[in-house]
Design a protein around this ligand. Structure first.
Ligand SMILES: [Ca+2]
Ligand SMILES: [Ca+2]
Ligand SMILES: [Ca+2]
Length: 266
């Protein structure tokens, strides 16, 4: 399910490699680990990942993370890593993993030590309308699920939009971490990757290019919520032109501890 964008003019390639050393006005740089997936094969720092695989990016190095059991037909489109190393994933299509049916709305947890897979959010049992795809997975500080979906739908008395981020308690929706309408995002905006860094900054990627009064972004960019606006957090295309035709569709972040971020213009 590729969603190749029209690039934002003047942005692509405008920034030299920054190698995950975010800096702000102080010039201080803090290392971070990004785990990302794309909607098509992506090569970065001479390492290629297919759309169901993850690139681990740290300090200018890229490492392929290929989790056993994921069918190649799947596009990994939601990803988060627990503190204990277990991995939460969602896919764009229905797949069978370790004998279990995993629907696009579901979230499945992979334990890399025990090599086990378990569905931890059963979308059908939870009442998510059939056909709704979970397209972003993040975790609160106490490791509750935070999900985004690929379309607008109603559930109970509430309306959920594609750029909402919804917090769960178990399988129950308990509130919006980001309310797209309240945030002033256009009705067609769709968040397709989300994570909190260790300073609890909300970092997301969108399906489409977009902008607010301060900044314009492309579908591979990571943008950070700052009050009522956004700023560029990290721009993968600054490291590899392959991102200019790829959508970043899954994300996890570890290691930025001081609220420092990369605005792409330092
Ligand atoms: Ca992917
Ligand atoms: Ca979404
Ligand atoms: Ca994206």
């Amino acid at each position: 399910m590729s969603r190749h964008d029209a690039r934002v003019p003047g942005i692509a390639g405008a920034v030299l490699a920054i190698f995950f050393t975010p800096s702000v006005a102080t010039g201080a740089c803090v290392p971070a680990v990004f785990r990302v997936s794309a909607d098509i094969p992506i090569t970065q720092v001479a390492t290629t990942a297919l759309d169901h695989q993850v690139l681990r990016l740290e300090g200018g190095a890229a490492t392929l993370e290929d989790y056993p059991g994921i069918p190649e037909i799947a596009d990994l489109d939601g990803f988060a890593r627990r503190a204990n190393g277990s991995l939460l994933m969602s896919f764009d299509t229905t797949v069978t993993i370790a004998g279990q049916l995993v629907r696009p709305g579901d979230v499945v947890e992979f334990d890399p030590v025990l090599n086990t897979w378990n569905v931890v959010y059963d979308s059908r049992a939870a009442g998510l309308p059939d056909g709704v795809n979970t397209d972003a997975v993040a975790l609160t500080a106490d490791e509750r699920l935070v999900l985004s979906f690929d379309r607008t739908f109603g559930l109970g008395p509430s309306l959920y939009r594609a750029a909402d981020l919804v917090e769960l308690n178990g399988s129950q929706f308990v509130g919006k971490v980001l309310d797209a309408a309240a945030a002033g995002l256009p009705p067609n905006a769709d968040i397709d990757a989300a994570a909190f860094d260790s300073a609890r900054n909300l970092v997301v990627s969108f399906v489409q290019p977009g902008s607010d009064a301060r900044v314009a972004w492309s579908d591979d960019d990571l943008v950070v919520r700052q009050g009522t606006t956004w700023a560029i957090y990290f721009r993968p295309s600054s490291q590899d032109d392959g991102w200019q035709v790829a959508d970043l569709d899954a994300l996890d972040i570890v290691g930025i501890g001081d609220g420092l971020f990369c605005n792409g213009y330092e």
